[in-house]
Design a protein around this ligand. Sequence first.
Ligand code: NAI
Length: 333
Amino acid sequence: AKDPVHVLVTGAAGQIGYALVPMIARGVMLGADQPVILHMLDIPLAAEALNGVKMELISNNQNILLRPGVVATTDVVEACLGVNIAVMVGGFPRKEGMERKDVMSKNVSIYKSQASALESHAAANCKVLVVANPANTNALILKEFAPSIPEKNISCLTRLDHNRALGQVSERLSVQVSDVKNVIIWGNHSSTQYPDVTHATVKTSVGKKAVKELVADDAWLNGEFISTVQQRGAAIIKARKFSSALSAASSACDHIRDWVVGTPEGTWVSMGVYSDGSYDVPAGLIYSFPVTCKNGEWSIVQGLSIDEFSRSKLDKTAEELSEEKALAYSCLV
Ligand code: NAI
């Protein structure tokens, strides 16, 4: 039998947590043959709700959790102990009337202290996925304050945006979403992100075709398509009165699974990762790139052509991330 993998979910009593932990317990993230020990962390205010989630998990007999397979705690050290994968969903949400800087400041202090706990107590080579917003910048703070965790092991979630882009193309062309490949989300998980279909393809009965050619409507591709993907989060809040939870949870599973298991030959996915200056994106930002994964490591897809339209969009979202980075650093002093 395989050794168990310890998976941390912070903010486990929240909305995404509630959707995510049963997925992990059923093997959606790591496969049905991979035993998991789940570490769930939340804050003392949510301790009772967290315990309720634990009770539900134990009543859910469909799971691959080992016994005793669920740790539910409000102690960050206990939560981080020996974890192989950390999914950071907990954070401080923006409330009405709050300044951006105040929200940033709260999250900077959360991610700074959780970085230290992971650095001291997680298993060697722990992979980290930050979901909580501002996701890219929280991941950057985590990276800065956990210097012994390799930067290759720290990422943020833009897979939800990637999946939204695939979904829009699939709806527009009335094709299976699994036949659409190689869209890209560039940049920030925010409304400045750039959903790019320049290199995207659809599998058809007569071979692979470019999405651009099949859609044959640049006005839609350069306009409504982009804004729909950028604004999808807000549209879901408007419709549901709560932000995306099931699709966020499912995308987090996709992100980790592809990272661990690898991406299929010829396809890539989008991940927020530490920029090395590829595509002239400033180094030192956590920026969403097209990546392939193999043997548990991602690499940025190189050599894609970037036209003028794309260039300005890549730069705009990079600028926003540089500003966020400066704001985050100003909260540290
Ligand atoms: P939620 O408010 O329902 O749950 C958040 C949970 O985190 C709460 O239970 C809260 O008590 C907990 N928490 C707060 N501070 C914590 C700390 N220091 N340690 C541990 N837990 C802590 O929020 P929801 O809907 O589950 O969303 C979670 C985060 O994910 C939000 O920041 C949201 O903006 C973000 N998000 C990101 C997406 C992405 O694609 N990257 C998509 C959707 C949401």
